[in-house]
Design a protein around this ligand. Structure first.
Ligand code: ATP
Ligand code: MG
Ligand code: MG
Length: 383
């Protein structure tokens, strides 16, 4: 067996927690950098964890001393600290990849050089109403105003429907570095998990994602009523986009399927991703298993990334009341084939991801029928 490598993880939220679950099954120790008792630390009892933030250089340096390879469950980390420790410890994916990807505008400028199709976009330099009005003339309305950095779950996006919305949009995203995107009239949102290894680039099947209030709500694997040719094209596009970056591990690629069946990249993430949670039940190797193997140069048989059974993943998101996620869980306990994952994050807040449920079945129709009562419960509890 290999020489018990230790993995350092920047971030101990739900993604880190599910990564630790995977690593635990291979006796691989994960040292987590985050607050004490963060979700990932709760399921990993040893004294190798580091208390602090993935944004503090000292804490990143301290973590680097405890492990053989560092990875991240989030892209909003201090990449200058990562650059510094990269001379002593392996960093996967590379700090360069994380640095480029964590700024959505830089990410798109980089991908443009590789011919990846994306919505037309413009950088804002002064963030003035006049500047945004000029961009509006060029891109047309509606357009999406976006923060370049620190964006997640749509926090950082503002839909600008007309010139009249400009003051409100700039107020909503004030003090943030901004760019604007042409509106993408998509008929479906697709996503592909890509695994970059020392030998090449692998991908999971294309899934359909459904966002509500810009937060991922449902993932259907495989994407429903999407021809095999598009499934393959989306995987090829996702692999091509990820190939533009250095480093190993899982990358989540979000795409738009347009009316004419062409594909456009929405954004990509240099990490394990919500759109890949279904792989825990839906494939022989989950995205978390594959990520651990990829960063440690362990074998990943490509067949293990194939879909075993149609699967639907529903996020359990904090609703109107602090216990709404528990009510959703109670309902999920009665759903056949439902695998329930709670993240142990403490109190729910509206919009906070508290857990997820995956239902796998012999057919997509069967999975849809099984999960519908749970979707009804969740819809009733929306904040
Ligand atoms: P995530 O949680 O996935 O990181 P994010 O905050 O980075 O989200 P995006 O992925 O850029 O935000 O956008 C969130 C959602 O907003 C998309 O999934 C899509 O539904 C919608 N959206 C984003 N860009 C556009 C666009 N140019 N045109 C139309 N809709 C868009
Ligand atoms: Mg994002
Ligand atoms: Mg997104």
């Amino acid at each position: 067996m290999w020489n018990s490598p230790k993995v350092g993880i920047l971030g101990g939220g739900q993604l880190g927690r599910m990564l630790v679950e995977s690593a635990n099954r291979l006796n691989i120790q994960c040292n987590v950098l985050d607050a004490d008792n963060s979700p990932a630390k709760q399921i990993s009892a040893h004294d190798g964890h580091v208390t602090g933030s993935f944004k503090e250089p000292d804490a990143v340096r301290k973590l680097a001393e405890t492990c053989d390879v560092i990875t991240a469950e989030i892209e909003h980390v201090d990449t200058y600290a990562l650059e510094e420790v990269a001379s002593k410890v392996r960093v996967e994916p590379s700090w360069q990849a994380i640095r480029t990807i964590q700024n959505k505008f830089n990410q798109k400028e980089h991908l443009r050089k590789y011919g990846i199709p994306m919505a037309d976009h413009r950088e804002l330099v002064n963030n003035t109403p006049e500047e945004l009005a000029q961009v509006g003339e060029q891109l047309g309305y509606p357009m999406m105003l976006k923060s370049k950095t620190m964006a997640y779950d749509g926090r950082g996006n503002f839909r600008v429907n007309s010139k009249e919305d400009i003051p409100e949009a700039l107020e909503a995203l004030k003090d943030r570095p901004l760019y604007a995107e042409k509106w993408a009239y998509f008929k479906m949102e697709l996503a592909v998990m890509v695994i970059k290894t020392k030998d090449g680039v692998l991908s999971y099947p294309t899934v359909e994602t459904v966002q509500e209030d810009s937060i991922c709500k449902l993932v259907y694997a495989p994407a429903r009523n999407v021809p095999e040719a598009i499934n393959q094209q989306a995987q090829a596009l996702a692999r091509k986009a990820v190939s533009a970056f250095e480093g190993k591990g899982a990358f989540g690629v979000e795409m738009f399927l347009l009316e004419d069946n062409s594909l456009m990249l929405c954004e990509l993430a240099s990490r394990i991703h919500n759109s890949g949670h279904w792989t825990i039940e839906g494939c022989a190797l989950s995205q978390f298993d594959s990520h651990i193997r990829a960063i440690l140069d362990l074998p990943i048989p490509p067949k293990s990334l194939e879909l075993l059974q149609p699967s639907i993943m529903l996020n359990i998101i904090g609703g109107a009341t602090p216990d709404s996620h528990l009510k959703a869980t109670e309902a999920a306990l009665n759903i056949p084939n439902a695998s329930i994952h709670l993240y142990s994050k403490g109190d729910a807040k509206p919009g906070r991801k508290m857990g997820h449920v995956t239902v796998a079945a012999a057919t997509m129709h069967e999975a849809e029928t099984m999960i519908q009562p749970l979707i009804d419960v969740v819809d009733k509890m929306r904040a």
